[in-house]
Design a binder for this molecule. Structure first.
Ligand code: SOE
Length: 395
């Protein structure tokens, strides 16, 4: 289905804000550091505002701009649609793109409800049977230290995993005057900290342990119930107009839950954008019968390992995940120079392009992301009645 050069993969991206910039960087950089079997071409970016999308195309390096995502889906020269828009638009764009024969990369969380995610998964499964593939952008899977953690767990180094301790802590909403952006509007984002960053730790925990969450006991809290409408939008929050009009926050500010996993592990999960001083502390600690692992994204080039047999008295050992033997790192800078936030997005593109070229389903599939969506929904159901243990649908 590729047009133009036989090895080209022509990409159309929808949305060009924070995630759009991260994905643009990935599409541009991946072929410069990795030998890819198909050559990504940054063919078009779509957004509603003509001036802003044209400026974004220029700045981020896209060949053309469209003011309606439907044009990307219709364009015969587009092979893959990359969805970087708020959650409420994912299902419609993804299903239309897959039905039009385009591969799809869709930002997380996959959708705003299980029903939407099921529809997307059905479209993805039907498309995969025709050689058209889809992936959900749980980018942290491609952080070298977490990919190494997965490798270690798969090798049996931890033995049986018994405890999962997962946190995702940020602080960009701690200012009560931060403006009411789409991430605080349930009709657009689906949920708050839970879906935005909790989804990442749910996916990481399930993927690394190979165990699915089967039930949860949860609570959600919204600390700041109203926020300024308008104001200077900077980064993810920025300064709202104190004293000006306010609107309701309709999502959670913090999500906390305990969980059972189907391999026998128990888990504790916490997601908040109110943890002052924590900028992007995506943390995971696993305790197995033979060893423990610990990771904190704020020190993302390190993975901590405690092996009970080898180092009973030495405590945790730091693995500097910057060596050529480690996942992805050998393609970058000489030993020890380290990587950053954006590299996981580049690795995501690499893995996606390789899977498409090989005619294989990339991971995480929409079905994997649907399982995360089911956990999100179970957390909300449990939190609605805090005393209730809630089984994850299908578990
Ligand atoms: C905001 O909390 C955010 O940008 C998330 O939406 C991303 O998925 C995460 O990678 C960084 O934080």
């Amino acid at each position: 289905m590729t047009s133009g050069s036989s090895t080209a993969l022509r990409v159309g991206m929808v949305g060009y804000a924070f995630m759009g910039a991260a994905h643009s960087q990935a599409w541009r950089t991946a072929p410069r550091f990795f030998d890819l079997p198909l050559a990504p071409v940054m063919a078009a970016v779509a957004g509603r505002d003509p001036q802003r999308v044209a400026a974004a195309a220029e700045k981020l390096g896209w060949e053309s701009a469209e003011t309606d995502w439907r044009r990307l889906v219709e364009r015969e020269d587009i092979d893959l649609v990359d969805i970087c828009t708020p959650g409420h638009t994912h299902a419609e764009i993804a299903v239309a793109a897959l039905e039009a024969g385009k591969h799809v990369l869709c930002e997380k969380p996959l959708a705003n409800s299980v029903a939407e995610a099921e529809r997307m998964t059905a479209a993805a499964d039907a498309a995969a049977a025709r050689g058209v593939f889809s992936m959900c952008g749980f980018s942290y899977r491609r952080t070298p230290a977490l990919a190494l953690a997965k490798r270690l767990v798969d090798s049996g180094a931890l033995g049986t995993v018994r405890h999962v301790r997962a946190q995702y802590l940020q602080d960009w909403l701690a200012d009560e005057d931060a403006p009411l952006t789409w991430r605080l509007d349930r009709t657009k984002s689906g949920s708050g900290a839970l879906g935005d960053i909790g989804a990442h730790i749910i996916d990481a925990a399930q993927w690394i342990t190979g165990q699915d969450i089967t039930g949860v006991s949860a609570l959600l809290e919204t600390f700041v119930k109203e926020r300024p409408v308008g104001g200077d939008f900077v980064g993810l929050g920025g300064a709202g107009q104190a004293g000006g009009p306010k609107g309701p926050v309709t999502v959670d500010d913090a999500a906390v839950f305990s969980a059972r996993l189907d391999g026998g592990a128990v888990g504790v999960f916490e997601a908040t954008r109110f943890a002052l001083g924590r900028k992007n502390a995506m943390r995971l600690e696993l305790n197995g019968s033979e060893a423990s692992l610990a990771f904190d994204f704020e020190d993302m080039n390190s993975l901590w390992l405690y092996d009970a047999a080898q180092e009973p008295n030495a405590g945790f050992r730091k693995i500097q995940v910057t060596e050529p033997a480690h996942p992805y790192t050998g393609h970058w800078w000489p030993v020890g120079h380290g990587l950053g936030y954006e590299h996981a997005f580049t690795h995501q593109v690499v893995d996606l392009v390789e899977a498409i070229a090989a005619g294989k389903q990339p991971a995480p599939s929409f079905a994997d992301a649907l399982q995360v969506q089911r956990v999100l929904e179970a957390v909300e159901a449990s939190a609605a009645d805090e005393s209730r243990w809630t089984k994850v649908e299908g578990a």
